[in-house]
Design a protein around this ligand. Structure first.
Ligand SMILES: Nc1nc2c(ncn2[C@@H]2O[C@H](COP(=O)(O)OP(=O)(O)O)[C@@H](O)[C@H]2O)c(=O)[nH]1
Ligand SMILES: [Mg+2]
Length: 233
C-alpha cells in the first residue's frame, strides 16, 4: 500500500548541519519504504548552496529557488517535486533526529493514520532543557488550536509532520512564511475524517547563537493564522 517516502528538506543558511543531516537521512530506517530526498534551498547566502552543488547521491534531488521567500514557499517548492506515498518534513538544522522515522512511520502501517505529528512536548523521548519563552509560546498556541478546532494536540509547531501524499497535496497551502505550520494544522483539524496521530520524538533545541531563526513575533503570526483559518475555508 505504501512503497515510497519523500523526505522534504527545506533549507536556508544551514551550512554547519546540512550535509550531516543528509547523511543521517540517507542512513535512516524508513521501514522498507524507498526514500526520495528532496532538498529546496531558499537562496542561502552562507555557503549552503555551494555545499549542495558538490553533494551527489542518487536518492537526493536538490532544487534552488530563484527568489528568497519564506519557509512556507520553500516547503511548497519541495512539495511540488515530491512523489512519495508518504511525505515527511525534515528541517536541516539537526534539532530533529532522522533516527525517529520508524516511530513516525509506524502509525501509517499499524493504525491507518493519515497524518502523524512528532511531539516535542509530550514530553519528548529526549529533550534539551532550554529557556521558558519558546516553551510557553508553543504551549499557548497549541492550546489555542485545540480550543478552536476541538483537538488534543500537544505540539502543533513541531517540525516533524508526516502525511499521506493525497492529504497534504489536497490542502492548497497559501502561506509563504512560518505561518504554513498553523495553516496546515488548521486545515487538517477541520477535516474530521482524517486519522491524526502524535508520537513522542527527540529534540535537540538550538540557541539563536547557533542559528535559530524563528522570532518572538512569529508567535503572534501563529495566533492570527489559527484564528484566520478557523473563520475562513
Ligand atoms: N527562515 C527560513 N527558515 C527555513 C527556510 N527553509 C527552511 N528553513 C528551516 O526552518 C528552520 C527554521 O526554524 P528554526 O529557527 O530552527 O526554529 P524551529 O521552527 O523552532 O525549528 C530551520 O531549520 C531552517 O533551516 C526558509 O526559507 N526560511
Ligand atoms: Mg529548527
Amino acid at each position: 500500500m505504501f512503497n515510497t517516502i519523500s523526505i522534504l528538506v527545506p533549507v536556508y543558511n544551514e551550512k554547519k548541519t546540512i550535509i550531516k543531516c543528509l547523511d543521517r537521512i540517507i542512513s535512516s530506517d524508513t521501514m522498507g519504504l524507498e526514500k526520495e530526498i528532496i532538498v529546496s534551498d531558499n537562496c542561502s547566502t552562507d555557503g549552503t548552496v555551494e555545499l549542495l552543488k558538490k553533494y551527489s547521491h542518487p536518492k537526493v534531488k536538490c532544487y534552488f529557488k530563484e527568489k528568497n521567500q519564506g519557509k512556507g514557499a520553500n516547503i511548497k517548492n519541495a512539495l511540488s517535486n515530491a512523489n512519495g506515498d508518504l511525505i515527511l518534513f525534515q528541517d536541516s538544522d539537526l534539532e530533529y533526529s532522522p533516527e525517529n522515522y520508524p516511530d513516525l512511520i509506524k502509525p501509517f502501517f499499524e493504525n491507518n493514520a493519515d497524518v502523524v505529528y512528532g511531539s516535542r512536548l509530550t514530553r519528548a523521548k529526549t529533550i534539551k532543557i532550554i529557556g521558558f519563552p519558546n516553551y510557553m509560546g508553543n504551549k499557548i498556541f497549541t492550546f489555542l488550536a485545540n480550543l478552536l478546532f476541538n483537538m488534543i494536540f500537544t505540539d502543533i509547531a513541531t517540525g516533524y509532520k508526516i502525511f499521506r501524499k493525497d492529504v497534504i497535496k489536497s490542502l492548497k497551502i497559501n502561506s509563504n512564511g512560518f505561518e504554513i505550520e498553523p495553516e496546515i494544522t488548521a486545515k487538517i483539524s477541520k477535516n474530521k475524517k482524517l486519522n491524526i496521530f502524535e508520537v513522542p520524538i527527540s529534540i535537540y533545541s538550538r540557541s539563536y547563537q547557533e542559528g535559530k531563526k524563528v522570532r518572538w513575533w512569529d508567535f503572534f503570526i501563529y495566533v492570527y493564522t489559527l484564528i484566520k483559518w478557523r473563520i475562513f475555508n
